[in-house]
Ligand binder design. Structure first.
Ligand SMILES: NC(=O)c1ccc[n+]([C@@H]2O[C@H](COP(=O)([O-])OP(=O)(O)OC[C@H]3O[C@@H](n4cnc5c(N)ncnc54)[C@H](OP(=O)(O)O)[C@@H]3O)[C@@H](O)[C@H]2O)c1
Length: 266
């Protein structure tokens, strides 16, 4: 895993250099804008929603860490075409431990990376979907929770409406549902000390979904607005059914998981 500042070439592997941003006092995003600087790290940073979220957080004065699986530095511009300052971190699925170890000052970690293999169902696509959409995010959630113990921090996990609705992509649905269920189960142990927010989004335009009806910037704006209202379940979709079914689904899971599982010593 490598880190660079924008404008500089990516550092050569194998050893990740130390974090290069200067730390200042930070206050976690806790539902209302803070006058202190918040550090936000976002995976899938080069994607449509990743970039839109980075721009929106920039408008709020956050310090940004763009986490991407691409070596090329991210060209992140504001509406006036000016470069947005950010730290650039490169990772690959499977490198979660090394990545999270570098996020010690992060207040809000947004796990946003995702892949859609559409009609694929091969063993390779099954592994890719499970690793990218579900297991890497679950590992990061666990690692970040351990690291963030004793301080206030948040993890936002981008599942999808596909948690409960068809997405015409079986492996996408399976992997996003797995992630959604893992969040519900593990939140029983993790959420007292870590604020976990779930992003349940309807179709928006991106490489993953070129025919999405919403615009990624609109979705990012809605996400941050709902977070300001301190919602843990953030839903942005034109589909009214999701607003009714998703809270019921999470409530049902909470009751079932609480009744049928127990907390265990680490
Ligand atoms: N578009 C929709 O309609 C929709 C609806 C609901 C939920 N979502 C979710 O929203 C999130 C963002 O998606 P998007 O629509 O903005 O799509 P996108 O533009 O394709 O962005 C997804 C990003 O995920 C990262 N990624 C893809 N494959 C990866 C891999 N093998 N390893 C690590 N990172 C990988 C890439 O970012 P880097 O190159 O920077 O690593 C990619 O740009 C995803 O989790 C998606 O499931 C999308």
């Amino acid at each position: 895993m490598r880190t660079t500042e924008p404008g500089l070439p990516a550092a050569s592997p194998p050893d990740p250099p130390a974090k290069t941003i200067t730390n200042t006092a930070t206050t976690p995003f806790s539902g209302s804008p803070s006058s202190d600087v918040i550090t936000v790290a976002i995976t899938g940073a080069s994607g449509a929603l990743g970039q839109a979220l980075l721009r929106r957080w920039h408008q709020q004065g956050a310090r940004l860490i763009a986490i991407t699986s691409r070596e090329t530095p991210l060209e992140l511009l504001d509406r006036a075409g000016m470069p947005i300052p950010h730290q650039h971190m490169v990772w690959q699925v499977g490198e979660e431990q090394a990545l999270i170890a570098q996020l010690k000052e992060v207040d809000v970690l947004v796990l946003n990376h995702g892949v859609n293999v559409h009609q694929g169902r091969s063993a390779a696509n099954t592994q890719l979907s499970l690793e990218v959409n579900a297991l890497s995010s679950w590992r990061m959630l666990e690692l970040f929770a351990t690291q963030a113990r004793g301080r206030r921090a948040e993890v936002w996990l981008n599942t999808s409406e596909a948690e409960i609705q068809p997405a015409l992509s079986p492996l996408y649905e399976i992997s996003k549902r797995l992630l959604g269920q893992l969040i519900s189960l593990r939140a029983l142990d993790l959420s007292p000390s870590l604020r976990i927010r779930r992003l349940v989004l309807g179709p928006f335009r991106s490489a993953l979904n070129p025919i999405g009806v919403m615009d990624a910037d609109f979705v990012a704006g809605q996400i941050l607005m709902q977070a300001r209202f301190n919602l843990g379940l953030i839903i942005v979709t034109p589909n009214p059914l999701t607003y009714a079914l998703m809270p019921l689904t999470t409530l049902g899971r909470w009751l079932y998981f609480k009744a049928c599982s127990r907390s265990e010593p680490q």
